[in-house]
Design a protein around this ligand. Structure first.
Ligand code: XIL
Length: 370
């Protein structure tokens, strides 16, 4: 493991020395990896403005969609790696670590995976076999190119109970352990993560900690818990977030902030939420900044971003990676989630791919503690 890290550092340093001036990746060195979710177009057009910013600013990339089950394993016996391979080439060419996202998730899954010819649930044995084939093939395909995998995504509800996904209904919580086991067998060097949203909620975080403990007890590899970090102006509080970081760290695994964005728009949920199935119908009053963000609202957003960032930096010994869920506001999923067609400003680069003032502030604070 140590040698692998050393080799990667040499590769990454070679990349960093090619870039000039102040960048997130340089400023974050020694603190945490700086990651960004990359879409298919960006991987396909490395010379585009946003792809060049991705190359320059980040030392880690995550597949926003192209490694999800519906893309890579759409039918029995069929595997599609074209987009994933392109992203792997992009990462290699730019000296970036690549994170695989994600193996077992109830959303953007392939419909056939849990059903028989009649559309009924398959038996536990059949599902196990399909999971083994799928995970072994996908993780095996990217072996040596993917640094770490989100093995299971969103298996927990906000109250800490297990989500009633098809996987859970058929196999119970064993599906989680099996996924970790198959992934580890397919690439023993890859880091393995459990990933979820609203991790600041105490009941959900406690359940994730129990999951980590259980996996460890069963002898499974688990390196980190991913906190997605899809935030709003009123959720979560810095204090809740801090408690959760501490709890996960005390369980003996790292924290990754895996999908950070901070919506500036009114929050239609009563607290949090990033359940992709949520869908509120469009209301004009919930989309107030079509013509731009008023200075005072922008100031509040900047302040909240920096409060969170300071928290991440304070806990840098527990946090391995900070990933933005996309580069610029124009590509952010928050424009359509949880309400379609709004104009959000949730990311850290403008619609024209210029970094917002919070980015230089982040760099300043990271450099100040070197
Ligand atoms: C989102 C993508 O950003 C969108 O492009 C896609 O339409 C839906 O999924 N949690 C996750 C991510 O783990 O994979 C989701 O990404 C956002 C919520």
């Amino acid at each position: 493991m140590k040698i692998r890290n050393l080799l990667w550092s040499v590769v990454l340093l070679a990349g960093v020395s090619c870039s000039s001036g102040d960048t997130l990746r340089e400023s974050a060195e020694g603190h945490f990896l700086m990651g960004v979710a990359v879409n298919t177009r960006q991987a396909e057009h490395p010379e585009s403005t946003d792809s060049r910013a991705i190359t320059r600013q980040f030392d880690c990339v995550v597949a926003e969609n192209c490694m999800k089950m519906e893309v890579v394993h759409p039918a029995e016996g069929v595997f599609c790696f074209e987009d994933g391979d392109r992203l792997a080439d992009f990462a290699r060419d730019n000296h970036q670590k690549l994170i695989g996202h994600c193996l077992m998730w109830h959303s953007q899954a392939a419909e056939w995976f849990t059903k028989d010819d009649q559309g009924n649930d398959v038996t536990p044995e059949v599902l196990k076999q399909r999971m083994r084939t799928y995970i072994t093939t996908v993780v095996g395909h990217f072996k040596g190119r993917v640094w770490g995998w989100d093995v299971v995504n969103e298996a927990l509800e906000d109250d800490g109970s297990f989500r009633e996904s098809d996987y859970y209904r058929i196999l119970g919580e064993d599906f989680i352990q099996l996924a970790f086991q198959y992934a580890h067998e397919a690439d023993p060097d890859a880091e393995l993560y459990y990933n979820d949203y609203s991790m600041a909620l105490p009941a959900k975080c406690d359940a994730a900690v129990r999951l980590v403990e259980q996996l460890k007890k069963e002898g499974c590899r688990i390196d980190a818990v991913g906190f997605q970090g899809h935030m709003t102006m009123d959720f979560p509080s810095v204090e809740m977030m801090e408690r959760s970081i501490e709890k996960v760290s005390a369980a003996g695994v790292k924290v990754n902030i895996t999908e950070w964005d901070l919506s500036i728009l009114p929050n239609p949920f009563n607290h949090s939420g990033a359940d992709v199935a949520s869908n509120f119908s469009y209301k004009k009053e919930d989309d107030p900044y079509r013509g731009g963000v008023p200075a005072e609202v922008q100031r509040q957003w900047d302040e909240r971003v920096m409060e969170m960032f300071d928290l991440f930096l304070k806990h840098r010994d527990s946090i391995d990676r900070l990933t933005f869920w996309g580069l610029s506001d124009s590509d952010s999923w928050r424009n359509d989630f949880p309400m379609k067609g709004r104009r959000d400003y949730a990311l850290f680069f403008d619609r024209d791919c210029t970094s917002k003032s919070v980015v230089s502030e982040m760099m300043k604070r990271m450099r100040a503690i070197k």
